[in-house]
Design a protein around this ligand. Structure first.
Ligand SMILES: Nc1nc2c(ncn2[C@@H]2O[C@H](COP(=O)(O)OP(=O)(O)OP(=O)(O)O)[C@@H](O)[C@H]2O)c(=O)[nH]1
Ligand SMILES: [Mg+2]
Length: 162
């Protein structure tokens, strides 16, 4: 994103509380993000956010095959919660910049696995997109996808006007 703040990798620590960020997507649309921790012990807090969320972004480490099953379980728990009924879910296959890691998953494989979970979501929009948080590749497209879905889901979850 052109106006995004870059945080040096050595300053990124596991999230324990929450990080809040705002992206001014256009003159009319501001997106507010709550970045919450993914550690097992912190997951029970996720549902606290559901009623006030307009979308969920689920970030997957594409270089870590061993944690895929864990990701699947976590995502299944999210999508079966009634509190998020109808809201778009974007799954990001992150770390696409890493070449040739032994445990790396192809985006196609990630899509296949996560689409099986997403199939259970009635009319809800969901998508797996490749990104690199490090290089920024794919981030713009992901935000565009999401913004379009938020627009579509406006009557179900109206935006907050300020
Ligand atoms: N190469 C590469 N490294 C990344 C990328 N995204 C994150 N990392 C690195 O991966 C490590 C973990 O990143 P975090 O952002 O802490 O991961 P997280 O999913 O937020 O972890 P929790 O806060 O515990 O949920 C850090 O060392 C990051 O610098 C990426 O796209 N490419
Ligand atoms: Mg984090």
């Amino acid at each position: 994103m052109p106006n995004a703040k870059i945080i040096p990798p050595e300053r990124i620590l596991p999230t324990v509380g929450q990080n809040v960020g705002i992206i001014n997507f256009s003159s009319k649309v501001n997106l507010k993000f709550w970045d919450v921790g993914g550690q097992e012990s912190l997951r029970e807090m996720w549902s606290e956010y559901y009623t006030n969320s307009h979308a969920i972004i689920f970030v997957i480490d594409s270089t870590d095959k061993d944690r895929l099953l864990d990701c699947q379980k976590a995502l299944s728990n999210i999508v079966t919660d009634d509190l998020i009924e109808g809201i778009p879910i974007l799954m990001l296959a992150n770390k696409q910049d890493v070449e040739g890691a032994p445990g790396k998953l192809e985006v196609e494989d990630i899509k296949e696995i996560f689409n099986v979970i997403a199939e259970h979501l009635d009319a809800r929009d969901s998508r797996v997109l490749p990104i690199s948080a490090k290089t920024g590749d794919g981030v713009q497209q992901s935000i565009e996808w999401l913004t379009l879905r938020l627009e579509r889901n406006k009557s179900n979850r109206p935006p907050i006007y300020r």
